[in-house]
Write a protein that binds this ligand. Sequence first.
Ligand SMILES: Nc1nc(O)c(N)c(N[C@@H]2O[C@H](COP(=O)(O)O)[C@@H](O)[C@H]2O)n1
Ligand SMILES: [Zn+2]
Length: 389
Amino acid sequence: MDSKIEPRVGTAFDREMMQRCLTLARRALGRTAPNPLVGAVVVQDGKIVGEGFHPGAGQPHAEVFALKAAGDRAQGATVYVSLEPCNHYGRTPPCTEALIAAGVAKVVVGMVDPNPLVAGGGVARLRSAGIEVVVGVEEADCRQLNEGFIHRMVYQRPFGIFKYAMTLDGKIATTSGHSAWITNPAAREEVQQLRIACDAIIVGGNTVRIDNPRLTIRQIDAPNPLRVVMSRTLDLPTTAHLWQTETVSTLVMTQAGANPDMQMLLRDRGVEILELDSLTPTAAMAHLYQRGCLSVLWECGGTLAAEAIAQGTVQKIFAFIAPKIIGGSTAPTPVGDLGFTQMTQAITLERVQWRTVGSDCLMEGYLPSRESGVGSRESGDKGDKGEES
Ligand SMILES: Nc1nc(O)c(N)c(N[C@@H]2O[C@H](COP(=O)(O)O)[C@@H](O)[C@H]2O)n1
Ligand SMILES: [Zn+2]
């Protein structure tokens, strides 16, 4: 929805405080899975007297940190929090009871918690204790920050993001497979930020063979996502950056019984191996859900990307477009065969945003939900210049 016509909830001060909550919440980007990113502030007489954010699963919630920082000044205060306070015993006790015990007068909530264990119960509990509650301040921004958490809660699957970089003529590499670099340094820095916000990155075997990526975060103290390789054959190089697992973990998903010698070699290097009965994007995402991932970044080639899209495991696309032309009728393109023959079958992205990053363009957009008709295939072909999985 256009933000200009979206009804605004709360005063300008409320919105400013909620934006402060979101800024605080972002400090834990990439560290909270399977929990959400949450920030909270306590305001007394128009001044912030306590702030907090949720640092990660198993640790106290944002509200608890903010109340602790406020101390006695929480009595009669207004608490702003980007996600509805919980009213259940999880790894930590309910925040509703902490807010009630602190004697706060009002709670301003960014969005209702999609967790079925909360889902409005936190708001109801606060109101039943006589606390004034306002819901929906800066809701769109609160939802955007936690789109991975929301998707995970609603669909019991991680939120899938497909990121690629292509030339102006639609290629992701030359005919020889060379692709370093399509985009400019500023765009590559954007990719670093995107990786920090994700819990896992998936590539296929071809990416390991051709690009030998590191898939690491260069920023000191930033979290590294789990690196995941999908390979049916395990026909992979014996030395690769991804097999260096001292500081960042790598998981190789393969087909049951594949290449036992390679499995042993990889295990010796500290790589975790997961054998699946059927190695599909759906199965890979189901496993990553079980591991607690909120957002998963697909950084794969065209064939695996087409499978991932067709199976509904991609919800959002980040496409970098560089003003370069390399030609080549067999040069690989971002998405392999989807089986479409008519333009009417095209997947039209929604909520699309374009911006420039240095000399490159970045398009962010969402795939329509599965109900609107993207076909489902359980396995893709391999053999084009795309990705073996
Ligand atoms: N309001 C709020 N603030 C936080 O800081 C949070 N982490 C949450 N999380 C909600 O509670 C569930 C996790 O509970 P435990 O950490 O296991 O106790 C999480 O799924 C959210 O629903 N909420
Ligand atoms: Zn809580």
